[in-house]
Structure formats: structure tokens, C-alpha cells
Design a protein around this ligand. Structure first.
Ligand code: AHR
Length: 357
């Protein structure tokens, strides 16, 4: 019995020494054992659950205790494009092994500002967001900067003069999208002897895509005085509003030739209104839209939308790369522009079977 006791004490002493030396190794941050910038700046797990946000962290691999914590303040769920964008961000964050804090602002700037402030309080590693509107961000962006939290803009930009408020802006060139839409109209009606009456469904008032798609379109169509925008109103990027505003346009104007919708969802809503009025979309009224999401491409392949300018929502992989680069203190460009194309009805028919969103 005594013999066993002695052995027990010796084994316990050896075990204690092993534990002490292992702890000493961790504290001694020398050699090549120093943590990466991303690891060293990760927020403690206890701080990582925001009450107002839904976390995607459950699905991320539990490889390390010190995951990169990314706070993302999304615009809302107003369109098929937005759903695809949200899915891309959630999937890419899970693949990257990040702890994603995700909030949906329901198209309200005040909700986004609240979410950003909550991410600052939680000391997340990086904040990313897609601003609902362009103006009014300086105060909260300065708060993030003062807290030493880098900010990345995706999809939409802000009009802040101080570009040091954010590390980069990843997204489409919306002015160029408007120009592409305008150029197609100019080409279609180059020989027209009569006025071409255009109605426009704008995106959310004050948002970058609404401002820029309008500006780009106007810049190009002004080369032909026959092209006239006879009515222009917001449809807030939603199907329901697109339908409602198109109904009003049809009531007020008997001679609409062209509809330019700033996104597919509004065009799809407008198609319902056009059909209900006994007209044929794509023939009686020529339709141009932006996005090229599956529903829009389906309508284009059926000839109901004549031309779609692509706006790519799959920004997740580029965003996660930028987060890693920023945390590793790598130089990244202030602007990362997404590559995009356009589709006629014929091209939409061809592309539809392989469309990812
Ligand atoms: O900011 C991108 C725009 O927002 C998309 O074109 C539109 O569908 C979305 O709601």
C-alpha cells in the first residue's frame, strides 16, 4: 500500500512539472510561435454575442478559440439580389472560419448605425457594411476609427470626404451600370423619328445605386433628344413598390415606350402591373433592368425583360480576403470593382441554366 502511495506522489510531481513547462512555453512568445495579427486581435468569446444580431458562428469550424470576429451590418432583405448577397457573406464567413455577427437593418439607416455601434462596443476585429444611403455616416465611422476598428464597405459606398474612415470599398460601378442601360436604349432607338417616352423606377432614395444608375443613364441618353424621361419615381428596390408605382405611371401616361427599372425586383413588380393593364411586357413596353438575378433572367428569357445589366451580389469571398489582408496589415486598394456583363433576352436564355443566384 505504502509503495503505491509513493509511486502516486512521484507521478503527480512529474505531471505537475509537465504542465508548468507547457504553460511557460505559451507565455514565451519567442521564435516562430508568435500569433498572427488576426489571431492576436480576436475578441474574447464572451464578448462575441450581440443581442441585436444573428450569429453565423455556429456553422464555422471550431478550429481555434480566437476566431476573427466580423460585424456585418446588412441593408435588409428587399430584393433577390440582397438575399444572394447575404447568403454569399454568410457562407464565405463560415468557410473562412470567422465569427460573423450579422444584422439586418430593414432598409433603415438608424438601424445600421445602431448595429455598427454595437459592434464597436463588442470590440469586433473588423466592421463591414453596405450603407443603405450614401450620406450621414461620418460620426459613426469616426467612432469606429477612434476605437481602432477597421471598416470595409461592400456593395454601396458613402459620400464621406474623409476616406481614411474605411479601408476599402468592394462593389460594382453603379454609374457604369446606368451607362450600359442608357447605351442599349440609345442603340435601340438610334433611327427613331418620334419621341421615345421613358419611365424610370428608381431604387431607394439617397442610395448609391439609385443615384448612380440614374446619373449614368441620363449621361448617355442625353446624346439623343428624342429619348425623354417622362416620369421617374422610387420603387425602393422592392417588387411590391415597383408594381404600385408602375400602376400609377400607367394611369398617368397612355404612351409609355420604355421602362428603365433600377433592379429586377421592381421590373418584375412592374411586369405584373403592365400585364394587368392588358399590355405585353417586352413588346408594348420595352423593359431594361439591373441585377440579373434568376427571376429577372427568367423574365428576360421569356422576352418580358429586353435587356439586363448585371450587378454581381457574390461579394463574400472578396470581403473575407480583404478582412484577412487588413488584419495582416497588407496594403489593399481603396476601391475593388466587381466585374460584370449584360444580357439580352437571347443571352439570358443561354445563361439561365448555369446561373448561381
Ligand atoms: O446595392 C445593390 C442593389 O440593392 C441591387 O441592385 C438591388 O437589387 C438591391 O436591393
Amino acid at each position: 500500500m505504502k509503495k503505491f502511495k509513493k509511486w502516486g506522489v512521484s507521478l503527480a510531481l512529474v505531471a505537475l512539472m509537465v504542465v508548468v513547462s507547457a504553460c511557460g512555453g505559451n507565455n514565451n512568445n519567442g521564435g516562430n510561435a508568435s500569433p498572427s495579427p488576426a489571431e492576436s486581435s480576436a475578441a474574447p468569446a464572451a464578448e462575441s454575442s450581440a443581442p441585436a444580431s444573428e450569429s453565423a458562428s455556429e456553422s464555422a469550424p471550431a478550429a481555434s478559440d480566437k476566431k476573427v470576429v466580423l460585424g456585418f451590418a446588412q441593408v435588409g432583405a428587399e430584393s433577390g439580389w440582397r438575399t444572394a448577397n447575404t447568403n454569399s457573406i454568410k457562407e464565405s464567413a463560415a468557410e473562412a472560419g470567422f465569427d460573423l455577427k450579422f444584422s439586418d437593418a430593414q432598409q433603415k439607416q438608424e438601424n445600421q448605425i445602431k448595429a455598427i455601434r454595437s459592434y464597436i462596443q463588442q470590440k469586433v476585429d473588423v466592421i463591414a457594411f453596405s450603407p443603405v444611403v450614401e450620406s450621414g455616416w461620418d460620426t459613426v465611422l469616426k467612432e469606429a476609427k477612434d476605437a481602432g476598428i477597421p471598416v470595409i464597405l461592400t456593395d454601396r459606398s458613402v459620400d464621406s470626404k474623409d476616406t481614411s474612415f474605411y479601408k476599402t470599398f468592394i462593389g460594382s460601378d453603379f454609374v457604369e451600370e446606368g451607362r450600359k442601360a442608357g447605351q442599349w436604349v440609345v442603340d435601340q432607338y438610334k433611327d427613331s423619328q418620334e419621341d421615345v417616352n421613358i419611365v424610370e423606377l428608381q431604387g431607394t432614395t439617397g442610395s448609391a445605386p439609385a443615384n448612380d444608375r440614374k446619373a449614368g443613364f441620363e449621361e448617355i441618353i442625353k446624346s439623343n433628344a428624342k429619348l425623354k424621361v417622362i416620369a421617374s419615381q422610387t420603387g425602393d428596390f422592392t417588387r411590391a413598390k415597383g408594381k404600385e408605382v408602375m400602376q400609377a405611371f400607367l394611369k398617368a401616361h397612355k404612351d409609355i415606350d420604355v421602362l428603365y427599372a433600377h433592379n429586377d425586383d421592381m421590373a418584375l413588380g412592374a411586369i405584373q402591373a403592365i400585364e394587368a393593364a392588358g399590355l405585353v411586357p417586352g413588346k408594348d413596353i420595352v423593359i431594361i433592368s439591373v441585377d440579373a438575378v434568376k427571376d429577372g433572367m427568367t423574365a428576360a428569357s421569356e422576352g418580358k425583360i429586353n435587356f439586363i445589366v448585371e450587378c454581381n451580389p457574390l461579394l463574400g469571398p472578396q470581403l473575407m480576403q480583404a478582412v484577412n489582408d487588413v488584419l495582416a496589415n497588407k496594403e489593399i486598394p481603396q476601391r475593388i470593382v466587381t466585374e460584370e456583363t449584360t444580357f439580352t433576352s437571347e443571352q439570358a436564355k443561354e445563361a439561365l441554366p448555369n446561373r448561381k443566384y
